[in-house]
Design a protein around this ligand. Sequence first.
Ligand code: HEM
Length: 264
Amino acid sequence: MAFPVVDSEYLKDVDKARRDLRALISSRNCAPIMLRLAYTSLSLPLSVSVCFPRKWHDAGTYDAKIKTGGPNGSIRNEEEYTHGSNNGLKKAIDFCEEVKSKHPRITYADLYQLAGVIAVEVTGGPTIDFVPGRKDSKISPKEGLLPDAKQGAPHLRDIFYRMGLSDQDVVALSGGHTLGRAHPERSGFDGPWTKEPLKFDNSYFVELLKGESEGLLKLPTDMTLLDDPQFRHFVELYAKDEDAFFRDYAESHKKLSELGFAPR
Ligand code: HEM
């Protein structure tokens, strides 16, 4: 099985959308919410979400055993973006709509994943390989649950392993919190993880190892990465070696953005 083939006109549209997203994300300083949209936009079809009710944004709901779900753009549906766990994402959906209206052939599923890739790139992070060709779905899952930020290692493993991801992926992807902040009105948590939340670097891990720091947030799921020896190994590695973080992050992000899409 190979990636779906897209025609050359579609590839040209993707290039143009790439440029438009770069300009939009830089001028509006909206990289964090665009990255959150990308990982949030992977959703399971209704029937599967009934069996596996733990919905994790768009990419995060993929089930590796059933090989279904993955990024399909369904988060654009009102019934889905109004889920409590998706609070705040409408803004990012509207930003993407500006690009979609200029390049209507691009699927929402591709557009949201491209926005995530560009968000990382324009804030100084690694280049993430992007393969287009995702299909849109209008079917939104029932409201599920985000990974519960108040839980520990078994919960994180439960969710990430279900998607076919590893301990290393969990830690590398948690480094996405190098961007942005939590908002009390959205999640009940407050504050950024790092001192420069618009810069993609390894400071999430550096701050995590430093412990409590005034004004900076550590979710219980962040602290779990310190407590569990398998997770901690990667936290220590990424805090001292930014190149290793960038390399692994780019790989894990690509995997996440291709759940249910990449040939396996
Ligand atoms: C924000 C939890 C994984 C990227 C948040 C927020 C919470 C959260 C509670 C705050 C939302 C708000 O109040 O606005 C979690 C948990 C995860 C997880 C428990 C499981 C490990 C990820 C992943 C990525 C990511 C894999 C991307 C690679 C972000 C970004 C923000 C964010 C960029 C900031 C959004 C903004 O500034 O508006 N996450 N998240 N998260 N998350 Fe995660």
